[in-house]
Design a binder for this molecule. Structure first.
Ligand SMILES: Cc1ncc(C[n+]2csc(CCOP(=O)(O)OP(=O)(O)O)c2C)c(N)n1
Length: 328
């Protein structure tokens, strides 16, 4: 029987794959920002830059047939679970080749083939979907696990407590991943959330842990442990991943001085960047040289450029499709 540390140890191959995937997310998001700034994308989007280690660390602990549910800040979760960047860009641009045939946009991307049950524009809204999926997983008995990503702002939503109660009573295989990036839109979370975050799941008897959300190896270790525990019938778990979004709440939120200091942003970027932290570790362990990391970055850049070109070239849906796949 292997120990938790052995199970969750990150070798060179996995570490490099996590580096590649985090890079892909960052480059995807930079391009999404560019699409907004050049008025090629209709509407807004919420960038995940700075938080890449949470999605990648957690999803690296999952099987393809495990499920995730996501949020309004969902691109990183989609890519970490295996979505194609080209079809994601196409969705952002309202093209037929997109994951929702161009009708969902940034906040509604779902990718069922890879177990992604969907992003969700309703804060906390996907907690019910993830918990329901975990109920299905338990009934089917194939060892699947559901992961529910949400921001700490969702802890103000009653639904989250209703489903944690049921998940604990029925020992459902669900892991709630709270991405604490400090802000609910333009308000520091301490102004909106009383008490300790971890006390909330613990009130239901749910195993709850805190992790450095900038350290992808730490996120992977904690997630692997709790996912395998859930898979083995150990019931639900809750992770608070401490992290930070480098950009605004959405792409249009460029003037942020009234709610957070530039120095704070610069400190996270310079001292706590998830890519830099993993890159430094890889080099220090002599698992990769700077040139290897540059090659990975170049490959990821090429993939994003091809994906973007595909989406820009793709066609819009025919207007006759406007009422297809619309359920409400
Ligand atoms: C039920 C509901 N209330 C309010 C909103 C408006 N809203 C969108 S994002 C957001 C803040 C979310 O903060 P958090 O959950 O911490 O996620 P983050 O944006 O920090 O990733 C709010 C209030 C919404 N989408 N849904």
């Amino acid at each position: 029987m292997s120990t938790t540390a052995e199970r969750s140890a990150v070798g060179a191959e996995l570490a490099l794959e996590m580096y590649r995937r985090m890079t892909l997310i960052r480059l995807f998001e930079e391009q999404a920002n560019e699409l907004y700034r050049t008025a090629k994308m209709p509407g807004l989007t919420h960038l995940y830059i700075g938080e890449e280690a949470v999605a990648v660390g957690v999803c690296s602990a999952l099987r393809r047939d495990d499920w995730i549910t996501s949020t309004h800040r969902g691109h990183g979760h989609c890519l970490a679970k295996g979505a194609e960047p080209g079809r994601m860009f196409a969705e952002l641009l309202g093209k037929e080749a997109g994951y929702c045939r161009g009708k969902g946009g940034s906040m509604h991307i779902a990718d069922h083939e890879n177990g992604n049950l969907g992003a969700n524009a309703i804060v906390g809204g996907s907690a019910g979907i993830a918990t329901g999926a975990a109920f299905t997983a338990k009934r089917r008995g194939r060892g699947q696990v559901a992961v529910c990503f949400f921001g700490e702002g969702a802890l103000g939503q009653g639904l989250v407590y209703e489903v944690m109660n049921m998940a604990a009573l029925w020992a459902l295989p669900v892991v709630y991943v709270c991405e604490n990036n400090l802000y609910n839109e333009y308000t520091h979370y301490l102004e909106a959330t009383a008490g300790e975050l971890l006390a909330r799941p613990r009130a239901f008897g749910i195993e709850a842990r805190e992790v450095d959300g900038q350290d992808v190896r730490a996120v992977y270790a904690e997630a692997s442990d709790l996912v395998e525990r859930a898979r083995a019938g150990g019931g639900p778990a809750f992770i608070v991943a401490n992290t930070y979004r480098y950009h605004g709440h959405h792409v249009g939120d460029v003037d942020r001085a009234y709610y957070r200091a530039k120095e704070e942003e610069e400190l996270w970027r310079s001292e706590r960047d998830p890519l830099a932290l993993l890159g430094t570790w890889l080099e220090a362990q002599q698992l990769a040289a700077a040139a290897d990391l540059r090659r990975l970055e170049d490959d990821a850049r090429g993939e994003i450029e091809r994906a973007l070109a595909f989406a820009l070239d793709a066609s819009f849906p025919d207007p006759s499709q406007v009422t297809e796949d619309v359920f409400a």
